[in-house]
Write a protein that binds this ligand. Structure first.
Ligand code: SF4
Length: 197
């Protein structure tokens, strides 16, 4: 099975608890105003990954405690991510970001979405709303977004008293990659460059 990916970041410490591999999938229909990753919207691009090979690559990193599915919109590729999650679940925790609200996800009751979420430990849900932008809470960019613990493995994780951070990388092609959570205008001001992840 294939997964379409915009970017993979290894050893990130800002996309969920601990050290994580982050998979930013390709494709999103939400098109939130001032989304900080519009390059992930196009449904017809992205790099094609074989899910089994990707799982092996992720598991070859002994330093991570989990994987994070972000985007783009992970639920648009829920079937492939479910297959991937099944191969990782015994060894890694799973965090998923989605632009869909948790109440909507529950009411839609889509089997593919449910299968995937049943393997996830933390769900960060809700679209980014610029008028409600607020980066005070860990991992979220606007006050409407929710953090939901779907399993109890992080039940003692304290969301309070932690600050959002960003990470900046220069990849082998010379592209600057920024991930994590910060005010988008401030990031753009910092770099004065629109070629950011
Ligand atoms: S849901 Fe996420 S990736 Fe999609 S447009 Fe909104 S902020 Fe961007």
């Amino acid at each position: 099975m294939k997964l379409y990916v915009n970017e993979i970041i290894d050893n990130s410490k800002v996309e969920g608890p601990g050290n994580r591999t982050c998979i930013f999938v390709q494709g999103c229909l939400k098109h939130c105003y001032k989304c900080n990753s519009p390059q992930t919207w196009d449904l017809d691009s992205g790099n094609e990954y074989d899910v089994k090979q990707l799982a092996e690559d992720i598991l070859s990193n002994p330093d991570i405690e989990g994987v994070t599915f972000s985007g783009g919109e992970p639920l648009l590729q829920s079937r492939a991510l479910y297959q991937l999650a099944k191969m990782l679940k015994d060894k890694l925790s799973i965090v998923i970001f989605t632009g869909y609200e948790y109440n909507l996800i529950k009411s839609v009751n889509c089997a593919d979405w449910n299968n995937l979420l049943n393997l996830c430990d933390i769900l960060v849900s809700g679209k980014f709303i610029y008028e409600k932008r607020c980066t005070d809470r860990l991992w979220v960019g606007s006050s409407n977004q929710e953090i939901i613990f779907l399993s109890d493995i992080y039940k003692d994780f304290d969301l309070n008293n932690k600050k959002n951070k960003i990470e900046i990388r220069l990849n082998k092609d010379g592209k600057i990659i920024v991930n994590g959570m910060a005010d988008n205008d401030k990031i753009l001001e910092l770099f004065n460059d629109s070629n950011l992840i």
